[in-house]
Design a protein around this ligand. Sequence first.
Ligand code: GTP
Ligand code: MG
Length: 303
Amino acid sequence: MTDTPHNLSGFKSGFAAIIGAPNVGKSTLLNSLIGEKISITSPKPQTTRNRIAGILHTDDAQIVFLDTPGIHHSKKIFNRKMIDVAFSVLEEVDLAIIVIDAAHPDPASESLIIEKFSAHKKIPAILAINKIDLIKKTRILAIINHWAKAHSFEEIIPVSATEGTQLPELLSAMIKLLPGGPPFYPDDIVTDLPVRFIASEMIREKIFLLTGQEIPFAAAVTIESFKEDLEKNLVRIHATIHVERDSQKGIIIGKQGAMLRAIGESARQDIEEMVESKVFLKLFVRVDKNWTKDLRSLKKLGY
Ligand SMILES: Nc1nc2c(ncn2[C@@H]2O[C@H](COP(=O)(O)OP(=O)(O)OP(=O)(O)O)[C@@H](O)[C@H]2O)c(=O)[nH]1
Ligand SMILES: [Mg+2]
């Protein structure tokens, strides 16, 4: 980050899509590149549901990353919608980072991505082979060779988003491909997302991390009110967790409210770190019958 005026001659700026199969580490990569938690992550697939923008500033470039939902074959209306979000991002970018998981290949999703991507108007693509901390170094070359045949990538770079391995190399490869031009955002902006949306995502992340089976996929979060009390340096948030069925409501609330308390406690800590003040978080749980299967309900919940 700089506070001196940019030397605009030679400055580069542009948009980069982060796309890939579910769970390959796209959001982790975004957060590691930016150095802040903008996009929620979890060990479960289909964590990200919206286009999430994170802005990276260097002395001579600005990259606006667009993190996307994982792309996979699905007939479910909700999943189809998220996959549309992922591909539609390609309309607004200068380059794409296609992310794969070195340790857990997903050939069906990967070939769907390459097929759709190749059919798209020509966008330069870098392949990031992620999670190389999980595999033997000797396997990396074979993976690179395989992918070099699958598509004409500008670069193929093995990385580890969690360890930070080769992220500077990835970054300079991206900057090379960016068009010249002035920055789109001021230096101190790391995302274009409203704070209240990120707060709702942080709550959703805790549901992904703390509950099992179908619950994370049946849950959506909306913010009912978000009030800053400047005098007390306190933010008061009322949020609703929407689930599809009564049984799921019971699980989210937990024995004597224990699960809801755990979700609230953990989310509150993340939100406090983001807003840099005390947070009072009140959670409600509501059943919206089959909201994932109904377009109108999806829209109401922000999808
Ligand atoms: N070991 C290892 N784990 C990683 C790495 N990058 C991400 N992960 C883990 O992989 C899991 C999925 O990460 P996410 O960033 O949520 O993956 P995603 O691609 O955004 O997933 P969706 O949003 O569901 O499509 C999390 O448990 C991460 O901690 C990595 O480089 N190494
Ligand atoms: Mg994600």
